[in-house]
Design a protein around this ligand. Structure first.
Ligand code: G3H
Ligand code: 13P
Ligand code: ZN
Length: 306
């Protein structure tokens, strides 16, 4: 099977991106993989440290193995926001295809040395590594970062050279969670272009890319939820980042959480007598499938790119 780097290179040259969709339940895992299979799209299954702890190592690894065997499309298991060498090593040893070492909150030299250490270990076992330079605001693994610190293009070039990372997450104005912007959403394409000048054709990653679709926020709120003034990234901006730039991986978690919760809330409200989770989770799963299909077709352009 072709590896992740093959698809990153293909994505740079063909103007598409791989969706890195986060999951923390079997329903969401199935929704992502089955939709990618239906649309013949390569896909990345992303698991955060806390999601791995929530589901359990064996549950994740064994279920992903089964899913990979059932599907013909390339499916890659990725550790999202690994904060230490130990968690990245654990993911490598568990058989993940790719790990992210997120040392972006550390001073530059410490970020370089930790990322380099992870690369040396992971590369020796054929596992790809994503690093991050710059910081996104928002809540991530219960850590609340107040401000964006955009990626410095010259430092990005030095970072890649010294660490040997395979891809780099950049901070250009996106953030984690459901409250990304107060007014219009804005991305710093000027910074992105400078990064690309310093790192020609190098695979770049966009975190915090959920669009927080009003349709699902409305369903959620109409069925007992309380998500007020939520705002994501305008999808036209994300599309530009994918089609005209070297963004090859787009991270989406919040959009799936909102869709899944909206479906469950709606089903429970419509069927108050039901207490069978297989029934109410099914609508959540269906909404997640719809969101993943929409992203693959309209945003990532990854349909039929296997
Ligand atoms: O970027 C962070 C992801 O949304 C994962 O969040 O640590 O709550 O699973 P989590
Ligand atoms: P969102 O919160 O915008 O979905 O971002 C998810 C993410 O970056 C996971 O790493
Ligand atoms: Zn992220």
């Amino acid at each position: 099977m072709k590896d992740l780097l093959y698809y990153y290179k293909k994505a740079v040259s063909k103007g598409f991106a791989l969706g890195a969709f986060n999951f923390s339940s079997l329903e969401v895992l199935k929704a992502i993989a089955l939709t990618a299979e239906k649309l013949n799209s390569p896909v990345i299954l992303a698991v955060s440290e806390s999601a791995l702890e929530y589901m359990g190592d064996e549950y994740v690894v064994e279920n992903v193995k089964i899913i990979k065997n059932c599907c013909k499309v390339p499916i890659f298991l990725h550790l999202d926001h690994g904060k230490s060498f130990e968690i990245c090593k654990k993911a490598v040893d568990l058989g993940f295809d790719s790990v992210m070492i997120d040392a972006s909150s550390l001073p530059f030299e410490e970020n370089v040395s930790l990322t380099k250490q992870v690369c040396e270990y992971a590369h020796a076992k054929g596992v790809f590594v994503e690093g991050e330079l710059g910081q996104l605001s928002g809540v991530e693994d219960n850590v609340d970062v107040k401000e964006n610190h955009f990626t410095d293009p010259l430092k990005a070039k030095e970072f890649v050279k010294r660490t040997n990372v395979d891809s780099l997450a950049v901070a250009i104005g996106t953030s984690h969670g459901a409250y990304k912007f107060k007014g219009e959403s804005k991305l710093r394409f000027d910074i992105l272009m400078q990064i690309e000048k310093c790192l020609p054709r190098f695979p770049l990653v966009l975190h915090g890319a959920s669009s927080v679709n009003e349709k699902y926020v409305d369903v959620l709120n109409k069925n007992g939820g309380n998500l007020k003034n939520a705002k994501g990234v305008n999808e036209e901006l994300t599309k530009m980042a994918v089609q005209m730039h070297n963004i090859v991986k787009i991270n989406i978690d919040t959009d799936l959480r909102i869709a899944f919760t909206a479906g469950i809330r709606q089903s429970l409200k419509d069927n108050p007598e039901n207490f069978d989770q297989r029934k109410y989770c099914l609508l959540g799963q269906k909404y997640v499938e719809d969101v993943v299909a929409h992203k693959i077709k309209n945003l990532l352009n990854s349909q039929n790119k296997t």
